[in-house]
Structures are given as structure tokens and as C-alpha cells.
Design a protein around this ligand. Structure first.
Ligand code: PGA
Length: 253
């Protein structure tokens, strides 16, 4: 049985006060369930990681970074390494979020290096994949998702890949209010799980958690979570509102 996992991606939002308030609200509102029935993580902006970790005050909520660089240290102005994130108390890192792929221009090859570096340094990567609207309209969803999973995990052994969480986030559903139907989500998740079984083995495919992301809200979270291969959600906009995020956590139980 895969334990549900609900993650909040705060993106480039909050400030020093509101990030701490949000973290405190999530910690107190989820204390009965956090880590027990459901794993919870938040992904604040880099600069607020230490204060958010402090505000969570040992609550059973993990913290992750929205991105990470693959080099260990050195002349890479503006980048943040795996060891820096570990040093401040991060457990996870998003790799290949669609905004990094399509706004910043990250390639599958770069994302693969980030996933590999995260695992080697002891961070758990959340590899994000998902098709653009024009790709879905052109019936290329399976092809795009397959390519992103294969390339994102290229060269990694089965042991290493067991550290990975996959997030399927159709780009047309992110921040648009358009959610994939539960059937569309299930189809993509099933595709990813079958692919993992082909690339590695059945046991790994059964164990890896695949989250759905893209306009998850309290109103649609439970139905998405009911799908067989949907193991949780990666929540953007709704994770900035304490009550909405707590309601999505409840829906995962
Ligand atoms: P959204 O974002 O919930 O605001 O659509 C999801 C994400 O980008 O992870």
C-alpha cells in the first residue's frame, strides 16, 4: 500500500511573515494526521526555507526546495546545491517542474542531472512531468510523458529510483482552474506506472508514488485521490491558503 502524499508548491509567493504564518497554520491544522495517514511536504521559496522549517517546529511535515542544481559547489552564480538544501533541513527537491521546463527552458538532460545529484546527495527528488495543451490536442500525451520519465530517470539504478516521487502535472491544468478529469489523471498515472515496470520491475512500479498536480482544490481532491494510481497531489495555488490545503490533506486520508 502506498501512503498518500500531499505536497504544497508555494512557487514565487509569500514573504517572510506570510510564509511563517502559513507553515504554522498547516502544522497546527494537520497535527492529528501528519505522517500517520498521509505524508505532507511544503516547498517554499529558497530564502524562506530556514524560517519555515523553524515555524514547523518539529511537526511531522517535510520541507523541500522548488529546484536544485546538480554541481556540488563552485562558480555557479545563483544556484543552490543539494548539500546546501540538506544543510538547512530539506528532505525533498522538485526537479523539472513545468514552469522550469517551459518558462526557464530546462531540458530533460539537465533535469536528469538534477534528479541524479539529488539522490546521490540524499535528497528525495519529485520529478515533474506533463504535456502541453497542444501536445494533448495532437494526441502526444503518452509520447511526451514517456519521454520525460525515461529521460528524467536515465542511467539510474532501481535502488536509486526508489527514492523518486513522480508528479504528473498536465501543463494546461496548472494555474488555469482546468483540472484533468479523474479518468485523464488515472490514464496518465497508469501509463507512468506501466512504464516504470518496463524500465525497472513490478515491485518498484508498485511502490513509487505518483502525484497529480494541476488546479487541485478541496472540491476535486477526493475524486482525484480515489483513482487507483493517484497517490496524492502536488498543489500550487490552493496550498497558499491554509484551510484549502488542510482540506486537500483530509481528502487524501
Ligand atoms: P496549481 O499548480 O495547483 O496552481 O495548478 C500546481 C503546480 O504547479 O505544482
Amino acid at each position: 500500500m502506498r501512503k498518500p502524499f500531499v505536497a504544497g508548491n508555494w512557487k514565487m509567493n509569500t514573504d517572510s511573515q506570510s510564509s511563517v504564518n502559513l507553515a504554522g497554520g498547516i502544522a497546527s491544522g494537520s497535527s492529528e494526521v501528519a505522517g500517520r495517514g498521509v505524508d505532507i511536504a511544503v516547498f517554499p521559496p529558497f530564502v524562506y526555507l530556514p524560517s519555515v522549517i523553524k515555524a514547523l517546529n518539529m511537526a511531522n511535515i517535510a520541507v523541500g526546495a522548488q529546484d536544485v542544481y546538480f554541481e556540488q559547489n563552485g562558480a555557479f552564480t545563483g544556484e543552490i546545491s543539494v548539500s546546501m538544501l540538506k544543510d538547512v533541513g530539506c528532505t525533498y527537491a522538485l526537479c523539472g517542474h513545468s514552469e522550469r521546463r517551459h518558462v526557464i527552458g530546462e531540458t530533460d538532460e539537465l533535469i536528469n542531472k538534477k534528479v541524479a545529484a539529488a539522490i546521490s546527495g540524499g535528497l528525495l527528488p519529485v520529478l515533474c512531468v506533463g504535456e502541453l495543451l497542444e501536445e494533448r490536442k495532437a494526441s502526444q500525451t503518452n509520447e511526451v510523458v514517456t519521454r520525460q520519465v525515461q529521460n528524467g530517470l536515465a542511467g539510474l539504478s532501481v535502488e536509486k529510483v526508489s527514492a523518486v516521487t513522480i508528479a504528473y502535472e498536465p501543463v494546461w491544468a496548472i494555474g488555469t482552474g482546468l483540472t484533468a478529469t479523474p479518468e485523464q489523471a488515472q490514464q496518465a498515472h497508469e501509463l507512468v506506472r506501466k512504464l516504470l515496470a518496463e524500465m525497472y520491475d513490478d515491485q518498484l512500479a508498485e511502490e513509487i508514488r505518483i502525484l497529480y498536480g494541476g488546479s487541485v482544490k478541496p472540491e476535486n481532491a477526493a475524486e482525484l485521490m480515489r483513482q487507483q494510481d493517484v497517490d496524492g497531489s502536488l498543489v500550487g495555488g490552493a496550498s497558499l491558503k491554509t484551510d484549502d490545503f488542510l482540506a486537500i490533506i483530509q481528502a487524501a486520508l
